[in-house]
Design a binder for this molecule. Sequence first.
Ligand code: TXA
Ligand code: MG
Length: 314
Amino acid sequence: MTDLATLRLDADDRGLDRAAAILGKGGLVAFPTETVYGLGADACNGRAVARIFAAKGRPRFNPLIVHLADADAVRGLVAWSDMAETLASRFWPGPLTLVLPLLPDSPLSPLVTAELPSLALRVPAHPLARALLARFGGPVAAPSANPSGRISPTSAAHVAAGLSGRIEAILDGGPCPVGLESTIIGLTDTPRLLRPGGLASEEIEAALGRPLARSGGEITAPGQLASHYAPAAPVRLNAHEKRPGERLLGFGTVPGADLNLSPAGDPTEAAANLFAMLHQIDDGTAPIAVSPIPETGLGRAINDRLRRAAAPRD
Ligand code: TXA
Ligand code: MG
């Protein structure tokens, strides 16, 4: 299906009104969050949610994150807990997703959770995301606004390149400031890091006063497939030099870099640049070499995405 005239909406009252109206009618709207652009649909409308999976080519077993205007809106959706309260009051709105037990009588479409007994929730901080959620007035299911398996979009142009003709509208809010998807924490039993992301796990552990459990390599967030975030060209990690024919994505002071994630060696800056630079450096054929990035703070999430980008493709 590539026959829709995808509207480009401006980041003003008129654009927000139209975006909320499209969601209300069961349409798909891509919108900016501080992490990456999301592809939103009314989470209580099964037909609308089904269209997300169709537009992205996403497998139905991969559940979606539900976006809320504020933490009060969790009522009626999940079983809340003291730990959830600790993390939500400290980090929401922000780049943190919490997975909690789904209440059986929630109004959400069962497609949202892929029939799992848990639900992923997030209150984004981006002012446009917040304004849209407030105007729409209900839960919005939103995966990253990219075709399944490709790099997440951090600009309206990335969204258009991947999904034009498949969705009703794109709300253009410029580049996403964090640039990496949210950190996902499972709170259905012992607190667990399900996906490293835009909030450093060290900060979450400090707030909880305990270490997070980590998954031992099995897929705990169903979307964490090994070869996610694939650029078209092959990727070589921890490159200390640029080999003939390669394009080098640098970090810190490296000579000969075609692009540099952060010449100053700042992981926050590198996170914000990561997906845009992977898009930019990928010409489909020339192998991409990437400088080593320290495995601490946001560096963990950057390395997670880079390992997936470099993983063997199926
Ligand atoms: O920053 C973000 O999180 C962005 C913006 C748009 O909010 N969204 C995002 O969504 O990255 P998506 O669909 O690309 O990734 C969501 C991840 C997937 O890996 C999915 O499997 C996992 O969250 N997930 C969703 N519900 C889950 C659940 N109940 N239990 C475990 N993992 C879940
Ligand atoms: Mg995604």
